[in-house]
Design a protein around this ligand. Structure first.
Ligand SMILES: *Cc1c(COP(=O)(O)O)cnc(C)c1O
Length: 424
């Protein structure tokens, strides 16, 4: 693999960025400081990224948890190009198109017949959640239980940044000035805490929302085994919807196509985004059942009045279909089993870690307090790009990596930890 030729003057790009840019989740003071040289990424191939100076890095967090089969995958690139030759975008409001209709059917096809049968497209994880919240509340409003308009979410949860999704989240730092406008949400820390609450508490609850099997932004924290199945049973007993946020966990990350398969759980709503297009384009989906869908039939006032300009963007749908084909053609999940075991073995060499949490092909490595960012910056010098969540270094490689590349990634973290730990 040869690094791409320099096509940009990185100094000029940095100057423009520092003068006019504003980055997500970023304290911008240190960013624009003259001592800071932001990384300028210009290309990718497979699990590697290249910067403007021609340096190569393993994409250690799959470009913020989105990439699945590697960058510039020939199959996905070709699918996007083929769709581009036909049409880049056309509205899903008032018409349909082949990639949108076929993708909706394919996503529902992953689940047993008569379970999740309907697919509503939006743009990103936040809007997939937003759509599920509104569908759930409107369902109750139209079926004689209008008081059900509150939600339950879990401590340390993250569900996105639009208002409803942010209301569910439990990261006070992310509230900004809008905390007072939050949706009504009760936060609980465990299934036990939920089931111990008196029944009277649930009469106005529309849905429980959870990141199944593994909480991401909380620091890659797996739930106890059986928790999700227990939650499904409890929500069914109480007649409350279950919304699964699989924005991070879907498409192989936990070793299965969807995390809910680990405990044979079918939710009322399933939210997909990040990896849906293989990490190529913004596209999201909210899957739901025929029971929910049919409540929206009848008078026009019962319709689901929600949507975005780029809903079911054909380029995104074409990329998603190609990504699902790659899963089959390259037997991605079968081959992942061995890589997950290899990762477990490799992580054992990180002896200096305070705790290592692994769930499928995702790992959170808790390093010495206060050193998370320093370890990631040091790992960069050893050819690995990733970001910490506080002091948890995230290792979430694209599923296409070889065992040798897994070794390289863990070795980079090991060297980085040694360097930082040997500093006073
Ligand atoms: C990233 C993420 C979201 C938000 O998705 P966006 O595409 O960033 O809006 C929601 N839930 C989970 C679990 C996520 O990891």
């Amino acid at each position: 693999m040869t690094p791409p030729p320099k096509t940009f003057d990185p100094a000029e790009i940095r100057r423009l960025d520092k003068t006019h840019g504003w980055h997500p989740f970023t304290p911008m003071g240190p960013w624009i400081d003259p001592s800071h040289d932001p990384l300028v990424l210009v290309a990718g191939e497979g699990p590697y990224l290249f910067d403007a100076e021609g340096r190569r890095y393993l994409d250690g967090n799959s470009s913020i948890w989105t990439n699945i089969h590697g960058h510039a995958h020939p199959r996905i690139n070709a699918a996007i190009r083929a769709q581009l030759e036909k049409i880049a975008h056309v509205s899903f409001l008032g018409s349909t198109h082949p990639p949108g209709a076929i993708l909706a059917a394919r996503l529902c096809g992953f689940f047993p017949p008569q379970t999740l049968t309907r697919c509503f497209f939006s743009d990103d994880g936040s809007t997939a959640i937003e759509a599920a919240l509104k569908m759930s509340a409107q369902y109750w409003e139209m079926t004689g239980q209008p008081q059900r308009n509150r939600f339950i979410s879990f401590r340390s949860a993250y569900h996105g940044d639009t208002r409803g999704a942010a209301s569910l989240g439990d990261v006070p730092l992310f509230r900004g000035g809008l905390g007072a406008l939050d949706f009504p949400v009760a936060r609980i820390s465990s299934l036990e805490e939920l089931t111990a609450l008196p029944d009277a508490t649930f009469g106005d609850v529309a849905a429980v929302v959870i990141e199944p099997i593994l909480q991401g932004v909380a620091g890659m924290r797996p739930w106890p085994r059986g928790m999700l199945a227990g939650l499904r049973e409890w929500t069914q007993q109480k007649g409350i919807h279950l919304i699964l946020d699989e924005v991070m966990t879907a498409f192989g990350r936990t070793g299965k196509m969807f995390a809910c398969e680990h405990e044979a759980v079918i939710p009322d709503f399933l939210c997909l985004a990040k990896g849906l297009t293989g990490g190529y384009l913004p596209l999201a989906a909210t899957l739901t059942s025929e029971t929910i869908f049919s409540a929206f039939l009848g008078a026009p006032s019962r319709a689901f009045y929600y949507g975005h300009s780029y809903t079911a963007n054909p380029l995104g749908c074409a990329a998603a279909l190609a990504s699902l084909e790659v899963f089959e053609e390259e037997k991605v999940l079968d081959r992942l089993t061995e890589k997950i075991l290899f990762l477990t073995q490799a992580l054992k060499h990180l002896t200096g870690a305070r705790e290592i949490r692994q769930c499928g092909f995702v790992a959170g490595i808790e390093v010495r307090e206060g050193t998370g960012m320093a370890v990631c910056l040091a790992a960069r010098r050893h050819g690995l790009l990733t970001r910490p969540i506080r002091d948890t270094v995230v290792l979430m490689l694209p599923l296409c990596v070889s065992t040798g590349q897994i070794d390289d990634a863990v070795q980079a973290i090991a060297l980085a930890m040694q360097e930082i730990d040997s500093q006073p």
